[in-house]
Structure formats: C-alpha cells, structure tokens
Design a protein around this ligand. Structure first.
Ligand code: AKG
Length: 389
C-alpha cells in the first residue's frame, strides 16, 4: 500500500537529542536522526509544497542541530523545537513511511522501483494483452507496465497493420525516446542499409544501441507485415543468464563485468551521426547486481582499448556468455503476426531474429521505437497510485 496507517503513542529524544524516537501504538519504534528531520522540515519556509520540493538550503542547515524539545500535538503530530530555534511538525504517516529500519526501507524501495525480477528461460509464458485495453484501461495499463518491469516482455495484440500505432503507446506512457534512427524506425530490407537490422540477414542475440552511453530502456516492435518463411523472433533473459554465467564461470563473468568495450555507429538517418561509447557487456552496480546488458556484435568497434595480452581471454569470456544465451533451455522463440506489438526491457533482454528471403517487394515490415525506463516508471507509479488506492 502507498500509505500506511500509523498512530503514535509517545515521542522522545535519545543520545543527547541527536535522535528522535517515535513509539508506535503497535509497540514498534522508529529512530530518526535530528539532522535529517531538521533538513526535512515541512513548514512553508523550509518546503515548497506546490513543487513538493525542499526550499531549505544546505548552507542554512547545521549538521549538529539537535531537538531541544519534542512533543505530540492534539492531532498526534510530532512537534519539535530545534537548537537553531526553528520549530517543525511531522505527520505520523509521513514519518512511518520514512522509517530508517532496514525492513521498512526495503519495502518502500521495492514499491518505488519494483526491482524484484521474475527470471525465465525457454519456459516463458509470454505475457499477452490487447493493444486496445492498455490504451483505454488504467488497470490494464498498470498490469502491462508492472509485467514489463518484472518479466521484461509483454506482447500486445490487435494493433492496426499500419505505421503510427507505436505513437499511441508513446502517448500512453508520456513520450518516446528520439534517437538518430528517428522518432520511430522501419525495420525492413533496405538498399544500402545503414543498420544490419535493415537487411534480411539473421540477427543474433543483441541489445539495441549500446553505442548510446545511456541505451534506451525499452524497445517496442510493431509487426505491420510478416514474411511466410523465416523472420521468427527470439528473446533471452540476459540477467538470468548472466547470473548463471557467474555461477558456472566466475572468471568469464569477472571479465565481462570489468572490461570496457568500444562501440561505434557512423552514418545518416534522422540526421548524420558519429557515435562512440564504452560499455561493459554485463553492467553491475556497486553491490555486484546485474543492471544492464550492453551487447551488439554489429556495432562493437574494431578499435579495442585494452592491452593486447587481454584480448583473447575477453573473446573466450564473451563466447561463453553467448553460448549460454543460445542454449535451448534459456531462449524463447515466437513469430510476430501483423498487428502484434512486442514491448521489452532492452537493458535486460537480448533479442534476435531468423533470416528471411529477400524479394523484389517488401515482404516483412516492423515499425520500432524506444522509450526510457525513467518515463515508463513514472507512468507506472502514477497508475499504481490511481489503480491501487
Ligand atoms: C532490431 O531492430 O533491433 C531488431 O532486432 C529487429 C528484429 C526483427 O527484425 O525481428
């Protein structure tokens, strides 16, 4: 739940007024550092309520501030008089949500970031919803985005078989991510293709656009026309497989999480571009958790900024990861039909397609677009509040 019911029984200061301790009616207690409470004073002088943002300047905050006097108001708010003579009031529910216990912090973080993943392999039950229901129902849109975050992929069916449908999903979220390939882009066999996707060739597992230092978090592919032979899609859970690699081959995992690989993309599309980036194939955060896969063999640069003696072991490690991605236990295959839109986490999944036959006419056409996780998570939180309250 977004708001927790909370009632305060008693409030006191501890450790020479450096902490304020709130005793809750259910017998539990929460400890708040005085400097944090003073910093987060909610009075109009310290907080701009119209922007839900702090006005108080760090320049005006005494890090040694203490709570001179604490008490409970008639409506059971915590009132504090500070050593700098300012006074503050804090509502019980506001305090409860900001409890510093590890358990409370974990709960709030999970609610804000939904970072518990459901991993899958070839057993994936491809989550499927209709295009219309996510456009028109908040409950369905919420379920769509939650599933996208947790599972990493959702198939939407029943879009029209013409260009422009992805713009509707962009509006539903907020807005799409513009890149050098345009606001949306057409995956079809093109003369003098400026991207390997714009041919009839097989595309092995890749993430899109690691040549952007901040690659698009979400990819949308809308099938407008499908060829009868070939052109099947495949996806794999890159996080799940990276964690398997860590267990089975820690040295390969170590190399792929520490080697910065150069990527390049030079050409003309929406406008002319000359892109370079440096990315780890398996990106981990400060806790060692896998947070993004950056792998596109086509745009991996011929320039490689590592010592010559480290090159071969890098290739061996990359090959081990790719072999594991391609293992039949790990990958899931399907074939898009006209009107299908597949939406997936481009930081987590790798995707590919089978080759198909070239023809004199366009035999296969997908329209693609990108969105950012920041924008999608924002919409998800708004829908969560609307749907669950
Ligand atoms: C891409 O555009 O990144 C693709 O992988 C295209 C996928 C497809 O053609 O099915």
């Amino acid at each position: 739940a977004l708001t927790m019911s909370a009632a305060i029984q008693k409030v006191e200061t501890l450790e020479e007024n450096q902490f304020v301790c709130v005793h809750w009616e259910d017998g539990s207690e929460s400890l708040y550092p005085s400097v944090w409470l003073r910093d987060n004073c909610q009075c109009p002088a310290c907080f701009l309520h119209s922007a839900k943002a702090r006005k108080l300047l760090l320049e005006d905050l005494d890090v040694n501030v203490t709570a001179k006097d604490v008490g409970l108001t008639e409506n059971k708010k915590v009132s504090i008089v500070w050593s700098d003579d300012h006074s503050s009031e804090f509502e019980a529910a506001w305090l409860k949500r900001r409890c510093f216990s590890e358990c409370a912090r974990t709960k709030v973080q999970e609610e804000l970031f939904l970072s518990e993943y459901q991993y899958w392999g070839s057993d994936l039950q491809l989550p499927t919803m209709t295009f219309e229901e996510v456009l028109h129902s908040d409950e369905h849109a919420y379920k769509w985005l939650v599933t996208l975050k947790k599972v990493g992929i959702v198939l939407l069916t029943g879009a029209a078989s013409r260009q422009g449908e992805l713009l509707k999903l962009g509006q539903r979220i907020g807005f799409l991510r513009l890149t050098f390939y345009g606001p949306t882009w057409q995956v079809q066999d093109k003369v003098d293709a400026n991207n390997v996707a714009y041919t009839t060739e097989k595309l092995s597992f890749h993430t899109d656009y690691p040549v952007l230092q901040f690659p698009p978090g979400i990819q949308l592919l809308h099938c407008i026309k499908q060829t009868p032979t070939g052109g099947e899609s495949e996806v794999v859970d890159g996080f799940y497989v990276a964690n398997k690699l860590k267990q089975q081959n820690p040295q390969a995992f170590q190399i792929l999480t520490s080697t910065y690989v150069d990527f390049t993309d030079i050409g003309v599309d929406y406008c002319d571009f000359f892109m370079q980036s440096k990315q780890r194939i398996i990106e981990v955060d400060e806790k060692g958790q896998v947070v993004r896969i950056n792998l596109n063999n086509a745009t991996r640069d011929t320039i490689f900024d590592i010592p010559a003696e480290k090159v071969k072991s890098f290739y061996a490690a990359l090959k081990d990861y790719v072999d594991l991605l391609n293992s039949p236990d790990n990958k899931y295959s399907y074939k898009l039909k006209p009107g299908d839109v597949v939406v997936f986490d481009n930081w987590r999944l790798l995707h590919g397609r089978q080759s198909y036959q070239a023809g004199t006419e366009v035999s296969r056409h997908l329209e693609g677009a990108y969105a950012d996780w920041d924008v999608v998570m924002s919409r998800l939180r708004i829908l969560q509040k609307k749907v669950l309250s």
